[in-house]
Design a protein around this ligand. Structure first.
Ligand code: FE
Length: 343
């Protein structure tokens, strides 16, 4: 995408995020990654009269993969202080789950993560109706005591909801201390630490992240009192188990966030190899009517599990009930107040 077009979508984003004259924004990048993002955000912010900075961290040392919550900022308290002192941080590195991100938010700085390819950012711009409906959905989850998910493949799992807050992601943020991720469009919470029980069958066409795999053979998870006690299936089940074992941390078999996707501009069928090299799967997490469960850490919601072993698994054709009332039926949202159509 050329600089002028990229600047235009960043301008839309910053307006949706309430950026105004005199605010101080820092765009954070690392090494040679996403320098064009910094240029586009800087130009867009200047047009709104904001004071713009670009903080560029050195490239990370080589490592053997993604360790959730580990960032270069851990060794740079001065940089963290600067980020605490601005109004909004545009995170083009991916600080999520890091203690640095939590402390920056706690200081009142709002954070927007933007790491997906520009073409996807453009296709999934935030808009007021998305924000409004995801917020209503979050209020519904907030009120509920039990979430039950079923599917034609044999999923039947219950999450007790008495402990954790609900998070709405609608791809922009204008509230001090609040984080969001562009693109997005979904809602989630977490079950009580010992309050998730049942069976989840991940079916063909469902998606494993961060593996970026579309499942071809069912994976059957057995969950008892908040922990996965058994995983069965074919090749993809073996991959999940092998991945989990590589962390040497049994807490990777805990239950993490759970919720559903609401963005009609996100498409399941776009999840094909090669479409957006470098993307991390936000479109798959967001597609309308998916039910996404995840495994591993719940510290993002304030829980005690901070394992680095995390999978997000958006599923199609599920039904989701809050206190027995249907919200999603067979992969389609059935509550009028939160329905959205493509625009
Ligand atoms: Fe996740």
């Amino acid at each position: 995408m050329d600089h002028a077009s990229f600047t235009e979508i960043c301008l839309h984003q910053l307006k949706m995020s309430g950026v105004h004259e005199g605010e101080r924004l820092i765009v954070l990048t690392q090494g040679n990654d996403r320098l064009a993002y910094a240029d586009a955000f800087m130009a867009a912010g200047q047009r709104l009269g904001a004071v713009m900075y670009h903080m560029r961290l050195p490239a990370p040392l080589p490592s053997d993969g993604w360790a959730v919550g580990v960032t270069g900022l851990a060794e740079m308290p001065g940089a963290v202080d600067a980020l605490k002192n601005c109004d909004m941080l545009i995170d083009c590195v991916f600080l999520l789950f890091s203690p640095e991100q939590f402390s920056i938010q706690a200081s009142g700085t709002r954070i927007l993560t933007a790491v997906e390819p520009p073409e996807l950012l453009a296709r999934m711009l935030p808009y007021p109706e998305l924000r409004e409906k995801v917020t209503i959905a979050a209020e519904m989850v907030e009120r509920a005591k039990v979430m039950r998910i079923t599917s034609p493949y044999g999923t039947d799992v219950t999450y007790k909801l008495n402990t954790y807050p609900t998070v709405a992601e609608y791809a922009c943020t204008d509230t001090p201390g609040r984080w969001d991720h562009w693109p997005s469009g979904f809602v989630f919470t977490g079950g009580d630490d010992d309050g998730v029980d049942g069976t989840i069958v991940v079916a063909p066409g469902d998606i494993l992240l961060p593996q970026r795999l579309m499942v071809r053979e069912p994976i059957t998870y057995t969950i008892e009192r908040g922990w996965i006690t058994d995983i069965r299936g074919g090749l993809e089940a073996q991959i999940v188990k092998s991945y989990m074992d590589s962390f040497d941390d049994p807490r990777g078999r805990g239950m993490s966030h759970v919720g559903w996707g609401m963005n009609p501009n996100a498409k399941w069928h776009n999840f094909v190899p090669g479409e957006f090299p470098g993307g991390m799967g936000m479109e798959a997490r967001s597609f309308y009517g998916n039910v996404m469960f995840s495994t591993g850490p719940n510290n993002e919601l304030g829980g005690p599990n901070d394992t680095a072993c995390h999978l997000d698994i958006p599923m199609r054709n599920c039904s989701l009930f809050l206190d027995d009332s249907p919200v999603v039926i067979d992969g389609d949202i059935v509550v009028k107040e939160i329905q959205l159509t493509q625009r």
